[in-house]
Design a protein around this ligand. Structure first.
Ligand code: ADP
Length: 421
């Protein structure tokens, strides 16, 4: 809008300015033409002639304070002048502009040639000139200061600037208002969708808990189950667990979206060294079972403000993935370091890696790499979105660097607890 108005404003300014000058030239031409009948007399009698005549044809259109009229002979020598304005340049047919001494204004002049009919003065005929060609008698120049014109130009410029600014302001305000109005139903729908996801997940918990406890009761009394049904009951138990995880994850994300998650009140200073050691201890058996080396590099402690359970969930998700996508004989490293006002926890694996074009997608909800489906049947594609949501809730972020076939490194940066900084 600003660009359009700037182009429109400049165009208008240039066009109107040019038409101002054209009008001034027309005015000066009329003035010069009015002085033409006196040229022959001025040439004959000198400038005194003008003092002797009472009535001059340009009287009504001439302003002697701001304009001047000059008569020249054919060689451009000044014969007579009228008016207060002094023009220095020699006459040139057409329009001319020159600066005014000690003034920001200009002098605009218009010069016309004055011809005499050859029939009126046959004596001056020269043998070289053709009989129909008129004889040049001299020039008349009408000039005027551009003060008035420049004032009008300035007024036009200010008018355009004020009008343009008002238009930009109004269109910006209108744009904001319209966008808000247009987005309102969309925001409402989004809010309703989040609320629905949160409500549905919440409502599904109770029947699922009933199924789970019933299955557990059945599994606790295997003698009551027909041997042929044992595998079916195990499958039901596993599917119920998976559904439980999915519902919990959905509920977590829905709450994180609508910012319903209890925050600061449940936050405490958390020692990342202790937290990471707790999680590493949980994964030691997994490491042994999968023949993957679990390395910890936690040289010093880092304390952050946050919710212990949430942060536990964040790092456990990352470690679970690291073990999941690392083949036998590989390694998983957990390291803690401090970078300015942030604690950085990196989970580095030597696993399958993630292709560059998929590295942003892994944080999308329900996104799972094709090959991972076969690797991990239990996955939901919500582990990393949850990890990112927790990091963001804690004022931090999670970044990923990975190379296919070499491994991945997920780094979580969390702000150091204020009292520790
Ligand atoms: P899930 O593991 O439940 O499928 P996530 O959100 O945790 O869901 O992960 C999404 C996808 O990101 C996974 O399916 C997998 O393809 C990829 N991924 C996550 N962590 C790693 C990792 N350490 N190495 C390779 N791929 C990974």
């Amino acid at each position: 809008m600003t660009a359009i108005l700037a182009v429109f404003g400049s165009g208008t300014y240039l066009f109107v300015s040019r038409s101002f000058y054209r009008q001034l030239d027309k005015k000066l031409l009329t003035l010069a033409q009015a002085a033409t009948p006196f040229h022959a007399k001025v040439q004959e009698n000198g400038s005194n002639y003008l003092n002797q005549v009472d009535e001059v044809p340009w009287r009504d259109i001439f302003n002697r304070d701001r304009q001047s009229l000059e008569w020249f002979d054919p060689e451009g020598r000044l014969l007579a002048t009228r008016g207060e304005l002094t023009v220095k340049a020699s006459p040139q047919v057409g329009s001319q502009t020159e600066t005014m001494p000690a003034s920001p204004h200009y002098i605009r002049s218009y010069t016309i040639s004055v011809f005499r009919d050859r029939a009126a003065n046959p004596a001056s005929e020269s043998p070289q000139t053709s009989p129909n060609q008129p004889i040049l008698e001299g020039y008349i120049r009408a000039s005027q200061s551009t003060e008035e014109l420049q004032t009008s130009q300035q007024q036009l410029l200010w008018g355009l600037i004020t009008g343009g600014s008002a238009a930009v302001f109004l269109s910006a305000a209108g744009g904001v208002w319209l966008t808000r109005k247009a987005l309102m139903p969309l925001e409402k729908n989004l809010k309703q969708l989040r609320q629905f996801t949160a409500d549905a997940s919440h409502e599904l918990r109770t029947p699922l808990a009933a199924i789970k406890s019933s299955v557990e009761v059945m599994q606790n009394h295997p003698e009551r189950i027909h041997p042929k049904d044992i595998r079916k009951i195990t499958a039901i138990a596993s599917a119920t667990d998976q559904m439980g995880h999915l519902i919990e994850s959905l509920l977590f994300l829905a709450r994180a979206d609508s910012e319903q998650t209890p925050q600061l009140p449940s936050w405490h200073p958390i020692s990342l060294q202790e937290l990471l050691n707790d999680i590493v201890a949980l994964f030691e058996t997994t490491a042994e079972r999968s023949v993957i080396k679990l390395i910890t590099k936690i040289p010093e402690d880092g304390v952050v403000m946050g919710d212990y359970n949430q942060l536990h969930r964040l790092f456990a998700n990352l470690l679970r993935n690291a073990f999941q996508y690392t083949p036998e004989g590989g390694s998983v490293t957990v390291s803690l370091s401090r970078f300015h006002r942030f604690c950085q926890v990196s989970i580095i694996d030597t696993g399958v890696g993630i292709p560059p074009d998929k590295q942003t997608l892994v944080f999308e909800r329900f996104w799972r790499a094709d090959q991972s489906r076969s690797q991990r049947q239990q996955g939901t594609g919500l582990g990393l979105p949850i990890a990112r949501a927790i990091a963001q809730q804690h004022g931090g972020k999670i970044t990923l660097s990975s190379k296919v076939g070499e491994g991945s490194c997920f780094t979580v940066s969390l702000p150091v607890a204020p009292s520790i900084v």
